[in-house]
Design a binder for this molecule. Structure first.
Ligand code: TTP
Ligand code: MG
Length: 360
């Protein structure tokens, strides 16, 4: 049998990305608990923590937590509104740097990417040296820290990059990746959410070693095609290539009425329909979004846009419909004929649970 060519993959993930960008611009924030998210309004605020510094995490703060709860746990933190344009710009700059270090490069979120470095490192030791160079360059050029996981495939590299955050470097032994994964809880597998965890726990499966003991056939019975993928991840057999793919910045669906519409009920139903179509496009692009927005244009071409940052990444059609409706509501009382309505999602990341990214 011909031996399969061995690969060396990096997964690079920036540490507390939005907060790190803010701290970079204002060094007085260094070492402090810092939160990027909604306005806490002295504990009365609505909305969520988008991300927070590691100092804030010590107080129990984390992404997706209601901002009112964050305020209760840590009122002394510095609370900042998000500046997405800035983060997008910095992301592009960092990705431009990272790209140069791989034979192939695949960005999978605003602050993360895979690199295939098989042609640039002969063994784990060389790979580790290269990763240290990447970290040094990211720090010196962009003044940001990142964590890197090195593994023989994408899924193990991604799991590894999360093991020693922040400023981590974790190497999965290239000859025995399954043994590295074995003791970890199944929750470290990207795409294994709370529901899947609960299901697996019901069958006594809590660690990857438990998962490794389950025959692939059984996983297929439980999860269909996803089961094949799960088997590949758990046993470190997944061999999905790192490939450059364009990730859209945003996706939108707009509808212009044939004749301007006076009755706002029709605006809602058209928006709902547009959201349905947009959700299908989100699924097709294999992304999830954390920002949803609307656009409305009145008869005289006066146009307004609104958007909302969600508690976390989602691909839910219901969330999209509900958010669009909520955002449109403020325009209802205008009693003016509407020409166009649109829905939009941004803040996209690759949906790592899909076959597209890590699947069979
Ligand atoms: P992450 O890499 O998950 O988080 P992080 O970089 O803030 O922290 P870590 O050190 O653990 O990697 O996400 C990258 C950015 O994406 C993060 O800075 C903010 C944003 N984000 C959201 O908008 N919503 C979310 O639910 C999460 C988790 C992140
Ligand atoms: Mg990150």
């Amino acid at each position: 049998m011909q031996q399969e060519t061995r690969r060396i993959i990096f997964h690079v993930d920036l540490d507390a990305f939005y907060v790190s960008v803010e701290t970079r611009g204002n060094p007085a924030l260094r070492g402090l608990p810092v939160v990027v998210g909604a306005d806490p309004e002295r504990g009365m605020g609505r909305g969520v923590v988008i991300t927070c510094s590691y100092e804030a995490r010590k107080f129990g703060l984390k992404s997706g937590m209601p901002i009112s709860r964050a305020w209760k746990l840590c009122p002394t933190a510095v609370y900042l509104r998000a500046n997405f344009e800035l983060y997008e710009r910095v992301s592009e700059e960092v990705m431009g740097t990272l790209k140069g270090f791989g034979d192939s490069f695949e960005q999978t979120g605003i602050d993360e990417a895979f690199l295939d470095v098989s042609g640039r490192a002969a063994d784990a030791e060389e790979a580790e040296q290269l990763a240290l160079v990447v970290k040094r360059v990211v720090r010196s050029v962009h003044r940001l820290s990142c964590s890197i996981g090195i593994g023989p495939n994408k899924s193990s590299a991604k799991i590894a990059s999360d093991q020693q955050k922040p400023d981590g470097l974790t190497v999965v032994p290239l000859d025995s990746p399954a043994a590295f994964l074995a003791p970890l809880p199944v929750s470290v597998i990207p795409g294994v959410g709370r529901k899947t965890q609960a299901f697996l726990k019901g069958h006594g499966i809590e660690t990857i070693s438990h998962l490794q003991a389950v025959p692939g056939k059984q996983l297929m019975t439980w999860f269909g095609k996803t089961g094949v993928w799960l088997w590949g991840v758990a046993n470190a057999q997944e061999r999905i290539p790192v490939r450059a793919r364009e990730m859209p910045k945003s996706l939108a669906v707009e509808r212009t009425f044939r004749e301007d519409v006076q009755e706002f009920g029709r605006v809602y139903s058209e928006a709902e329909d547009a959201a349905h179509e947009l959700a299908a496009r989100v699924a097709q692009a294999a992304v999830r979004f954390r920002v949803a927005g609307i656009k409305i244009r009145f008869r005289h071409f006066e146009t307004h846009t609104r958007e909302r940052t969600l508690p976390g990444y989602t691909d839910s059609e219901d969330v999209l419909k509900q958010t669009a409706k909520d955002l449109l509501r403020e325009f209802e009382s205008r009693n003016e004929a509407v020409r166009l309505v649109g829905v939009r999602v941004s803040g996209l990341e690759r949906d790592s649970s899909t076959m597209e990214t890590l699947g069979p």
